[in-house]
Design a protein around this ligand. Sequence first.
Ligand code: RBF
Ligand code: ADP
Ligand code: MG
Length: 398
Amino acid sequence: MAGGERDAVDCVIFDLDGTILSTEQLVISVASTVLEKYDKELTDDVIASSMGKTPLDAWKSVTDMLDLSSRVTPQQLFDQSEAELTGRWHEARYLPGACRAITHLQKHGHRLALATSTSRDVLRRKIQNKSLLQTCFEVVVCGDDPDLENKGKPAPDCFLKAAKLLGIPPSRCLVVEDSPSGVQAAQAAGMQVVYIPSLPGTPIDSLPAFSDCRTLTTLLEWLPESYGLTPFADTISKCIPLSLDGVWKISGHVVKGFGRGSKQLGIPTANIDALSVSKAIPASVTGIYLGWASVSHAPTTSTTVYKMCCSIGYNPVFQNKEKSCEPWILHDFGPGTTFVGEPIKLLICGFIRPESSDFDSLDALIQRIHCDAAIARDALDHASLLQYKTDAFFQCQD
Ligand code: RBF
Ligand code: ADP
Ligand code: MG
């Protein structure tokens, strides 16, 4: 999917929200804070029912589900969360591969622009603690630029403006986008596009497809050399470290999975409760990753931290409807061991590959998972990933 030559480009124009930055975890955290005032908790099913809705519609469903309609209106909850967000936009985190790609392109002298629907004021807040994003773009086009009034995506104007300011013809521009309207805008501008959908809670093959546009599950899969740009050179034993974008730390509980890991594949996976995963990892993230894990099952008092590789997503071979995050801990705990109900911690620090359904047999899938485990065993011995084994995260309570 990621391979194949395209026409060479002279610049890359990025979208911001859902492409470079993830605001979901921040929005979840702010919503929890707002609900605390009403002694309500943001549960898994409430989060799920709000996904993909406009903020006001999301608050409508929260109000209904948590029986709040006699005490407060959705509009009031929305206003409170907007007020809180204003002071917290800088907590928005990088999506996997974004900081890595921008750092790389900048280092190799490739020209960069930003074309975002965000207002200049909110942009300033979002990047106030991200020095890279303050300096890497030669051109920054914002949603509230006076000349772009009523010309938001899918209109091509914001991308055409960026190209004009760069002095590069549209056909030599590559746009990186997560939204269908952004892809439409870029194609209408006559630019090439890499489409990385960020629609939460949706398997990638059930999203609308665009012709003549490369679709990826993550920016980590992107190969700049297919657009005439410098290739990445940062892999460690076939994995891409997440160090620049930030590692993910999940603290949760083991839940019952689909009941086929040990039985059907001979590969037990300790599925983690969905709420803890959604707090730590953007909903659009899927793929096969590696890192470190601790389970409180171990009889010793000191925490043992094990190597692990995990699958995040929909197990496309089995076409699950629910997303799962399931680590295979690379340690033999003995027959019949179960952690269901127990606390578990994961620190995810490297990307191996996207999830795949492209296997001729179950054996081929099993072989591939063993190959992932070999990559994890090897890569995690490298100093830059080994350092996370002793991360304070594994020592702290909670
Ligand atoms: N499931 C898939 O459908 N496609 C995959 O490419 C895939 N890769 C995996 C890689 C690893 C390291 C692990 C631990 C699991 C993977 N799985 C994959 C998930 C597997 O199907 C799942 O763990 C079992 O079905 C039990 O739920
Ligand atoms: P499920 O479908 O419920 O996830 P699995 O067959 O995948 O069932 O087995 C999962 C259980 O096996 C986990 O919940 C965990 O308690 C246990 N287990 C034993 N050894 C391991 C291991 N090395 N890695 C992950 N889970 C393990
Ligand atoms: Mg499992």
